[in-house]
Ligand binder design. Sequence first.
Ligand SMILES: O=C(O)CCC(=O)C(=O)O
Length: 320
Amino acid sequence: MKNLSIAEKMNLPWVESPFFYDLLKKRSLSQENEALVTHYHEEGFIVLRNAVNHPLIDSVISDLQAEFPQNLGEQPARHQDIWKKYQSVKELASQPQIFDVLRLLYEREPIPFQTLNFKFGTQQRAHSDTIHFSCIPARYMCGVWVALEDTNANNGPLFYYPRSHRSKEFNYFDIGIEPEKDYAEYWKYEDFMEELMQAQGTPKVEIHMNKGDVLIWSSNLIHGGTPIRGGNVTRWSQVSHYYFEDCVYYSPRLSDMFANNLNLRHVINIATGEVVQHSENGKPIETINTGDFKYAISHNFSIPVLTKEIIKRIIGKKPF
Ligand SMILES: O=C(O)CCC(=O)C(=O)O
């Protein structure tokens, strides 16, 4: 077996590693790729300019025109997983040139597992994606946001808090909120995030992008959408969320983090249509349906031990 150093053994994407600069020295990357991974490590995101071809973007918009209302404020404001209906959305979530960058960053095979499409800016408050999607090992997740039209100060561009990806992944238990099924408590989490950024003195940065530009943010970068200042102005966009292979995938917002009762996700790889096996770094993990918490890691393996102990207590000796 290959002799791995402590840094290489860490259960963490190398771009998130405290040993990043050592690990970088061991790779022979082009100057361009070295700058890219370093920016991702330090800032928690990268922008790929003009990375998606415009005809594909135009077909996404033309497919989705009839799916959205005329005016800002009318519903539905967003479409989740509309890739199941439109090939163009699926194709946008499966772009080979984006996969290549994700492989460089994470050194695992990318798995696009959710799409969100918007006609107008989301005006979403600050959050980290890790409250919705996390995994074991942690941080093998990222968001890929594609500008389907130019963004500017008026149509609700994205904002982020520089270097916030370096902080802890805060979950509901950390901030005294019970796991929930709906979004009833979510505003408390958003309040917390804003107060945290304020307390740390982290400035909020607005980022403007052009049609075809792609923003990749690391799982824990705190971000959102700025208020729309220009009236009924569109801001067509698609965000696809990606996991990486060989992890256990769960939703912290719906999990009981204190009891370590993880709400496992049913992950479908958008690019292949296949259901993704939960695994511990490649070793398949069995899951069971637990009703409320839908799926959990199966602890069946401990039952024979338990049964032996119970029998021993009853009959006074070990049965076998
Ligand atoms: O598109 C936006 O304004 C924000 C999207 C976002 O925050 C997300 O998908 O996590």
